[in-house]
Design a protein. Structure first.
Length: 271
């Protein structure tokens, strides 16, 4: 929420009269923000919609537990990524548009290890912690009421080699297996597919739809990331722009059946 509003940690702390140490603790999952402070912060930052606030309170109840982010593999999640993990756990629809690297929600273990193999252990976070943290995100597929997850992947995701050919074969076969789940849809945008002049083929983003018990309707956010920052956007204009981009990309990509055939062909190329 703070990232969306463009408010830094110090400014947010001043709103709820919390010092730097307490704000750092809240962000790291050490301590719990009170309902009153959460509502005060939301109202001050312009998030007065009751449905939006109900969704925030639901996130608070489930995930802002003492030490949650400082225990076990949870330490591997960066501060900027923690909100995304919360949102994925509560979303009923997630849409990924990705280039170059397989999305975290479809990565097999060997692929994750290859991605993080050259990272040094930091603050007690090991390679195994990073692998477990990444794979744990995929538990959402097995929930009693799992979200619908839809991916549009550039061919570059399938062909960019991480590890070696054996890793890539395993990853592609894992992706094909996931695509056969009723709640997981995968489309591929081949290099030779004409995307249309206005299709943002180099852009990566995530669209999240979180149901809300409030009368105001669901919470909708766009997640964007580049080399310098991660942003969570709920501005109507920004969301509309990414909805248009999603429509262009998913329309230009191969169908689900064609995509599975294409993935099998690429997997054979790694034999």
């Amino acid at each position: 929420m703070i990232s969306v509003a463009g408010t830094n940690q110090k400014e947010a702390g001043a709103i709820i009269e919390a010092g730097p140490s307490r704000m750092t603790g809240l962000i790291n999952g050490v301590g719990v923000i009170s309902v009153g402070d959460l509502e005060k912060l939301a109202n001050h930052l312009g998030f007065g919609d009751r449905g939006y606030q109900a969704a925030l309170l639901e996130l608070r109840r489930d995930n802002h537990k003492r030490g949650y982010w400082t225990m076990g593999y949870n330490r591997a999640y960066s501060e900027d990524t923690r909100l995304l993990i919360d949102l994925e756990n509560h979303a009923d629809r997630i849409r990924y548009c990705e280039v170059e690297v397989m999305p975290g929600l479809v990565q097999c273990e060997s692929y994750v290890r290859a991605l993080h193999a050259d990272l040094p252990d930091e603050d007690g976070v090991t390679l195994d912690d990073r692998v477990q943290a990444r794979l744990a995100r995929q538990r959402i597929y097995d929930k009693a009421d799992p979200p619908t997850v839809h991916f549009v992947l550039s061919e570059s995701c399938l062909r960019r080699v991480w590890g070696d050919e054996a890793v890539m074969r395993e990853q592609l076969n894992y992706l094909i297996k996931l695509s056969n789940r009723p709640n997981v849809m995968v489309q591929v945008m081949p290099f030779n597919a004409p995307p249309g002049r206005r299709s943002p083929i180099g852009t990566r983003f995530i669209l999240l739809h979180i149901p809300s018990p409030g009368a105001a309707g669901p919470l909708e956010l766009a997640y964007t990331e580049d080399d310098t920052e991660i942003r969570y956007l709920d501005d109507k204009k920004a969301l509309a722009k990414r909805e248009q981009a999603w429509t262009r990309m998913s329309t230009a990509a191969l169908s689900f059946k064609e995509s599975r055939t294409f993935m099998r062909e690429v997997a054979r190329d790694f034999q």
